[in-house]
Design a protein around this ligand. Structure first.
Ligand code: HPA
Length: 289
């Protein structure tokens, strides 16, 4: 897909380079965001309602930002919500974009880079995920300890703009250990049991075969989903710290008792787990640096 092809400064071979694309998005957004946020939130399936708790909200639709990807996924609203949450200035993505919609890895990176440009230094990312680990039950939250990027793509391929971030960013602490400790403390304060696990990101949109699920589990992964890994890669590249929470929506161990997955079950459990996850940011945000 080449939706941002045009003729303008920052172009190479008819395609706008990512830094120029970011500049254009920032120029359109900057006058509309109010006070600079210091925390970015990505609200996945079941978490969109958390945006309703943001006070003095300013809305910025993705469709109003030039060159921006607009989500088509069910229950994804497609706008930034800027305001106050638990005493912190936040920018939340109410709705994200996915590879399976046809967007590129660079399209997925753009909103993260824009939130960094707005001022956010910390990314709190949430998602819906299937449980490879049979001990994780649908409806529970999981703290992301680390990820496996099995999407086959990376948002940092192509020319690197050193002003955005380094060519070879270190990913050894992609999910910041200090922030994870704060998330665990926040969950305990909210009365939520919060197991930690490794999130495996795939492109989708088909779910995994049972053989793929058993293989993923054998690699040490605990949960699988269709988002997050590219966003976190972009966030680390541009110098943000990341912390992630998964809403476990379905049993995906791929064993002999594997039941067929339905979108209805996934959405229903995303709501249940989302409500439980929703209690954690209220405790987490005031603790963040
Ligand atoms: N696989 C991939 N993505 C998902 C799943 C799953 O089982 N559940 C929710 N998102």
């Amino acid at each position: 897909m080449n939706r941002h092809a045009m003729t303008a400064p920052g172009m190479k071979d008819g395609v706008m380079q990512e830094a120029a694309r970011l500049d254009l998005a920032w120029a359109a957004s900057a006058p509309r965001i109010g006070a600079a946020p210091d925390i970015a939130l990505i609200l996945g399936s079941g978490l969109g309602e958390l945006a309703a708790a943001i006070e003095d909200a300013i809305f910025l639709s993705y469709g109003d930002i030039p060159g921006f990807p607009v989500s088509t996924a069910p229950s994804h609203a497609g706008r930034f919500v800027l305001g106050w949450l638990a005493g912190r200035r936040v920018v939340a993505m109410q709705g994200r974009v996915h590879l399976y919609e046809g967007w590129s890895a660079q399209d997925i990176a753009l909103p993260v880079r824009l939130m960094r440009r707005m001022g956010a230094e910390t990314l709190v990312v949430t998602n819906a995920a299937g449980a490879l680990d049979p001990d994780l039950k649908p409806g529970v939250p999981m703290l992301i300890e680390d990820h496996l990027n099995l999407t086959g793509v990376n948002p940092l391929t192509g020319p690197n703009d050193d002003a955005l971030g380094p060519r070879f960013p270190d990913m050894s602490r992609a999910y910041d250990p200090d922030l994870r400790a704060l998330a665990l403390a926040a969950a305990a304060e909210a009365g939520e049991h919060l197991p930690s696990g490794i999130y495996c990101g795939i492109a989708g949109p088909s779910l995994e075969t049972s053989a793929e699920r058993r293989w993923m589990r054998s690699t040490g992964a605990h949960a699988v989903g269709m988002s997050t890994v590219l966003e976190v890669t972009a966030a680390i590249h541009c110098g943000m710290k990341a912390v992630g929470l998964s809403a476990i929506t379905n049993a995906a161990a791929g064993g002999p008792d594997q039941q067929p997955d339905t979108i209805e079950e996934v959405m229903a459990n995303a709501e249940i787990a989302g409500k439980r996850i929703g209690r954690i940011p209220t405790e987490l945000l005031p603790r963040l640096p």
